[in-house]
Design a binder for this molecule. Sequence first.
Ligand code: SAH
Ligand code: SF4
Length: 414
Amino acid sequence: MEIPPILRYGCAMQTVSAALMPIPGHIDPVPVPRGVQPRPDGRVDLIGLTKDQLREALLSGGMELKQAKLRSKQIWHWLYNRGATRFADMTDIAKAQHPWLEERFVIGRPEVVEAQVSNDGTRKWLLRSADGQDYEMVFIPDADRGTLCVSSQVGCTLNCRFCHTGTMRLVRNLTAGEIVGQVMLARDSLGEWPSQPEGRMLTNIVMMGMGEPLYNFDAVRDALKLVMDGDGLALSKRRITLSTSGVVPMMARAGAEIGVNLAVSLHAVTKDVRDELVPLNKKYGIEELLQACADYPGANNARRITFEYVMLKDKNDSDADAHELVRLLRHYDLPAKVNLIPFNPWPGADYECSTPERIRRFSDIVFEGGISAPVRTPRGRDIDAACGQLKTAAEKKSRAQLDREAEEKFAALG
Ligand code: SAH
Ligand code: SF4
């Protein structure tokens, strides 16, 4: 089922007041606004700012240094530990200062366009940014945990053949505020403020929603740092997993600067098949990818790398594929586990899911090779919330169109 076309209402287009700059290097061609961006009404959204940026924001509003140091700490705690959305609720900040803050700052949340609940309890939210971009997040409750699947981009540039998100053109990267904003919104909706170490429903985060997180590195890193900060949302890095389709040049930085668990969308063991399924393989091949996994800091037997493997009928699911998978993971001496994902269908997909018997056999072979290979139970299929089914009705724009628009905005700034 496609997500129904969405009525667009009253969203002011964000005027970009700072330069739109391409991210340096060849790995991310997407122009993004850099630095702290005021909204059209001139106010700055505090969500997504680091502690230092928050202090800077207060200073640039004219607050003197000592005050700014104190207030930024207090406000930061209210935002990320207590989930406050109004300055008026910040009881340790003098009432007289509230209007000053309200004039200059807002505490934003993504707008919820639609919320759906699957018959297995999975929830999906369709969210909208201030400039009218739609993206999705999914919450998957289990007996012993609750996992939030977070998006990093609106759409994806990578066009994996079996993924519905891949049929969207990339509209844009999400900002750090929009990424951490998904976690804040989930906490709001689950009633989990203030942050507490025990008894939470939201226990785990996976960067497995729309988009390729390593093509939006800075924003993903900044957002996850906020999520992991012990004074705030306080989720342990061991409970966060970043999934990549194999952006090899960014993997070492992900390990060093973020340090969360790594999942790699492998999906095939031969060049031909992986080139077809994950076109990025033409740029960064299987050997290079597995070597980057072997070099990933912190990977050991207690903290294994997850290899995701989507089960596609007669494409990547033979006994020989399973044996080759074991051989490759052993060859690189990888502390690995394999997640076998039954293919989630979507309209117009070129593939079918392998039969349950085939998946079982494949799993057995990998197990016999000494590597754990559980079969993932699809969740939320009835509301198109399962892996690879996320796709919003966002306006599709070509790369050239986006570049033209970025240039026009840039030129308009003089
Ligand atoms: N872009 C990142 C993270 C998002 S996708 C990545 O590709 O790793 C999360 C997982 O769902 C990936 O392993 C992806 O390959 C898988 N997936 C995509 N489409 C799917 C589908 N139709 N059925 C099952 N899994 C799918
Ligand atoms: Fe993008 Fe991941 Fe889908 Fe590939 S599988 S198109 S990288 S979201």
